[in-house]
Design a binder for this molecule. Structure first.
Ligand SMILES: Cc1cc2nc3c(=O)[nH]c(=O)nc-3n(C[C@H](O)[C@H](O)[C@H](O)COP(=O)(O)OP(=O)(O)OC[C@H]3O[C@@H](n4cnc5c(N)ncnc54)[C@H](O)[C@@H]3O)c2cc1C
Length: 378
């Protein structure tokens, strides 16, 4: 759990209470779950975790558009289980476009079952040729009477193959570049949507490719208006980037606590590792960097909750700093724990496999740095 004194300037009383409740829930119901052994088991476990989160109303912060509460949830879940964190995060990623751009009919239809964890969502933006440069999206959507017909391919999509509903980004007018991109709500059973297969990560995380082949959806699958998809996608990412930073903080906090437990009890050269100054230096750096990352994270979320329209720079700073920090912290933890730290059964090895992707998804560190510099040079 984040040190409440460190971030208290950014929290309201209900957030402080949520931090405690979320941390107790994660300890009680999430941390004890066994890590799935393979991709098929990870997919089942992701659905089971979504059920647990939905039943306990833990997804509510997403629907309240409460950035700080979402950060607190991810901080707590990531400390206990990176997969549980991913499940929470992806439900947020797939739902936020509906919250920001959906009609009342779309909200009425989808938000209830999504919040209960009965409908799992996915956010399908990335394509084989459109990664960091989202404006290169080549999937098309053309009007056909009262429907749209989508054609294209999406890759590296979390929840692909297990989601019930995809927010799909496609171009309705390729001559307009990013301004021609639209967002559609496509149910998994829509004719022409095909799960091509899983892309297996070293950490449990359901990922895969989908194909859209003459995929027909009714006109009311369009979110907002034609050409609004790019802005909707960027606004979603802007809002959720601080939560990626929060997940990184949760993983770094777990790395630090595992390290502390280990160095206090492990004896070498006749005394506990904790008494060696080189060990202490690592611990001090981990704790200091974690505190700095949390301040950036909750500052960005606070600015969003207090009504700042765009938190582009704040979110980019939080995401890039916290995810790079978490990578170093987890690596330090493995080093401090030694040989046992690289066994797949050890919590720090699980973190080591999980933390890497945070520096890549929802915009790489380099892209965050370009965003920050772009704001500086405006
Ligand atoms: C675990 C995981 C889950 C994901 N889930 C989803 C999801 O649910 N939905 C979705 O749509 N996508 C998802 N993605 C995709 C993710 O968003 C992309 O991987 C990411 O945006 C980077 O795109 P890319 O992999 O094509 O890399 P590229 O864009 O090809 O980048 C490769 C490298 O080049 C660097 N680079 C690119 N452009 C520049 C530049 N201008 N200057 C300097 N360096 C540059 C990048 O920083 C990176 O280091 C996921 C990815 C992962 C790993």
């Amino acid at each position: 759990m984040p040190d409440a004194r460190l971030i208290r300037a950014f929290l309201d009383p209900q957030h402080t209470a949520l931090a405690e409740r979320a941390s107790a829930f994660a300890d009680r119901e999430i941390a004890k779950r066994t890590e799935p052994a393979d991709d098929a088991a990870a997919r089942q476990e992701a659905r089971a975790l979504l059920g647990v989160l939905g039943e306990g109303n833990w997804l509510q912060p997403v629907f309240d558009l409460d950035a700080r509460a979402c950060c607190l949830m991810r901080d707590a879940l990531a400390e206990a289980s990176p997969l549980a964190d991913a499940v929470f995060a992806l439900q947020g990623l797939g739902t936020t476009p509906i919250l920001l751009g959906g009609s009342s009919a779309q909200k009425q239809r989808w938000l209830g079952p999504i919040s209960q964890g009965k409908v799992m969502t996915a956010f399908a933006m990335t394509e084989p040729e459109a990664g960091s440069d989202v404006s290169g999206i080549a999937t098309t959507a053309r009007r056909d009477g009262t429907s749209f017909v989508l054609d294209g391919a999406k890759t590296l999509i979390s929840n692909a193959g297990i989601a019930d509903l995809y927010a799909v980004f496609a171009s309705t007018d390729r001559t307009k570049g990013p301004k021609g991109i639209s967002c559609f709500l496509v149910p998994a059973d829509a004719p022409g949507l095909r799960f091509k297969g899983p892309q297996v990560l070293s950490a449990p995380h359901p990922l895969g490719e989908i194909a859209l082949e003459n995929c027909q959806v009714p006109a009311d699958a369009l979110l907002g208006t034609e050409g609004r998809g790019y802005a909707l996608g960027l606004a979603t990412l802007d809002r959720l980037r601080p939560t990626v930073a929060a997940a990184a903080c949760g993983m770094a906090a777990r790395a630090l606590s595992e390290s502390l437990d280990h160095v206090k009890q492990r004896q070498q050269f006749g005394k506990p590792l904790a008494q060696f100054q080189l060990v202490q230096q690592k611990l001090a750096r981990m704790a200091t960097d974690l505190a700095a990352a949390r301040l950036l994270t909750y500052r960005a979320a606070y600015e969003k909750d207090k009504g700042q329209e765009r938190i582009t720079s704040e979110a980019a700073m939080a995401k890039s700093f916290a995810t790079e920090m978490a990578q170093r912290a987890v690596d330090d933890a493995v080093q401090l724990i030694g040989g046992r730290g690289v066994l797949t059964s050890h919590p720090v090895d699980r973190l080591y496999r999980a933390v890497r992707a945070l520096r890549i998804y929802e915009g790489t560190t380099e892209i965050q740095q370009l965003i920050i510099a772009g704001e500086l040079l405006k």
